[in-house]
Design a protein around this ligand. Sequence first.
Ligand code: ARG
Length: 462
Amino acid sequence: MKLWGGRFETGPSEVFERFSGSLDFDRRLLDADIEGSIAFARALERVGILSAPEREQLTQAFESIRADHAKPGFFDGATDEDVHTLVIRLLNERAGGVAAKIHTGRSRNEQVSLDTRLWLRAEIDRTATLLRGLMTALVERAKADPKAVVPGYTHLRRAQAVLWPHYLLAYFEMFSRDHERLMQARARANVLPLGSGALAGSGFPFDRPAIARELGFDTISRNSMDVSGDRDFALDFLYAASTVMLHLSRLAEDWILYSSDEFGWLDLADGVTSGSSLMPQKKNPDSLELIRGKCGRVFGAFTSLFVTMKGLPMTYNRDMQEDKEPLFEAADQLSRSLEMARAVVETTRLKPERPAAAAEESWLVATDIAEALARAGMPFHQSHQLAGRLVLESLKRGKRPTEWTPEELAQFAPELTPEIAALLNPSEGMKTRNVPGGAGPEAVAEALRQAEERLAAMGAGA
Ligand code: ARG
């Protein structure tokens, strides 16, 4: 069946039907379509289009479709134009003549917006739970090695020593902002479009706030034309999803490096790595590489819908049907990547000796020394210069920082007092950086405590 046809003399050509049909993908909206339709039937009853028994009859038919949908093979042989048409066809088969009233004052343009919003809202909730799960795993990793010292990098060159938990909490912060972005996307999606009609508002006096309440929407849309032509709620999600993937890809890249023989900091569990078909010794970080790789698909989805929407004339255009596949694709890749990342974080072990040795052998303490001299009264440009000369001299003599004795140091420059000499040990230097947000042990312990508190306030991860 078709939801239109009166003004046509012939049906659509086979090639057009094949080209324009969306059931293959928008079938994922079926449960949302039914939820929205049941609420809409109640709205029709309130405006007197449906009697109470008619509404009940339709609701039961919707429920039976929903129940059958849970069974395998539900879509077998279906050739409907889209999921909305399929539901109406089944409604006709199950509820008879009264089904013909269900589209009174409702357009598919608002329906598709409604369904997508309902689906997306649930998807965002699921994703946010997975994200909190990953954040919990990061906090647990941080608590497992509270004192481990690692080099922090800029330009991928050893820069200053930090605590391993400080590094992990940097990702916690990125994911925490991602969580905010997901919640913002949720708020933008959580707006009731029904009542907008095709573009110009429905000709029936629906109690829109009542429908919104029934469907759990925070508010109702303010402009019917906007509803029909807008997909930026979907773009908001795609952007938020892309940012999560971006952060995941950076974590993945770090851990691919850190688990290499060259770094040797991390042991990835057997369960998240694979071997080589040729080289028997290999243990490859495929899980992390795939997380990094899937970024392309999610960014692609964002770009795809962004470009699809560009330059569309007001209001609905069929181009907008192309929103769903990118949306589903991004949501799927994101949730799978989050699950994978959590499993990697939970099972990876830090081998603290290697990064600690790396932190000691390079001049990560140079900044601490320059700052200590400045605290003792030397203008920073001079103390920077002096610490730089000390580094140069050490390199010439082939000496590590901790190999300098206090006497040798005092000989090199009398300003290098024993208190300053103590800072040649990276763990000591770090203690000067207890500024809030800093890498000092007290600041990090406080940040870790706050992170746990913030997680608890966000609701539990799955
Ligand atoms: N399958 C369509 C979509 O996803 C539903 C809306 C159809 N509306 C229309 N005017 N052809 O966009």
